[in-house]
Design a protein. Sequence first.
Length: 258
Amino acid sequence: MSVENQSKQGRWAGRNSDKDVIRDKIWKILVDEGQNVGPTWSRIPNFVGADLAAKRLSELDFWTSAKVVKCNPDPPQIPVRLRALYDGKLLYTPVPELVEGFPFVLLDPARLEADGVQFELAATSQGAVEYGQPVSFQEMAPMDVIVVGCVGVTRSGGRTGKGGGFADLELGIFRELGKVPDHAVIVTTVHSSQVVDDDDIVMMEHDSALEWICTEKEVIQTRSPYPQPTGVAWDMVQPDQLEDIPFLKELKRDLSSR
């Protein structure tokens, strides 16, 4: 394998070969069409028009009424996190890859403003960890909007991330702890070229489906036929995740003893 091809292998390649194929296809399309912003391979890719997709999301009724938003920490969702802060919403964002002793930080726009922290700084993943308040899963308030990062999506609500399984793990934990009320909405922002045919992404039992998709061109209400998981599929959690995520073993013991 050439050095170039090695550099383009997804970091988590091999866990699901079908999804590996579609991820590689989408990453290549973004680069070939010049729609990427920065590196794409093995990432939730940043894209041209991410700000427009975030604007479309911010105009939807469920966003307007939301008080608590959870958003992934990746670069294409910086405009989403920024809009949440400017719209006065409490914002939870995870520590990238959950590698710290705490899984999430809370960004309270009122507190940030009082402390003189610019929203533009707090909306970055580094700024969020530096200026946010560390919180455990148990301390988090129920969420109204849950924004997840995606590499590929379908109009029926199918999704795939970069292959690490972090979004589905988080959502499973949220559900077991009662942090996902019935009115909560699962949504993403992606480039229009990341929207693929329904058959391209096979959803598994532990996969959470999208209810809304916002691109730089349109808003898609998926009306997804896929049932949502009710908790964590611990048999799908990888051994390296149990070893590398500091709090995960203890959380598994706590949830399993309920």
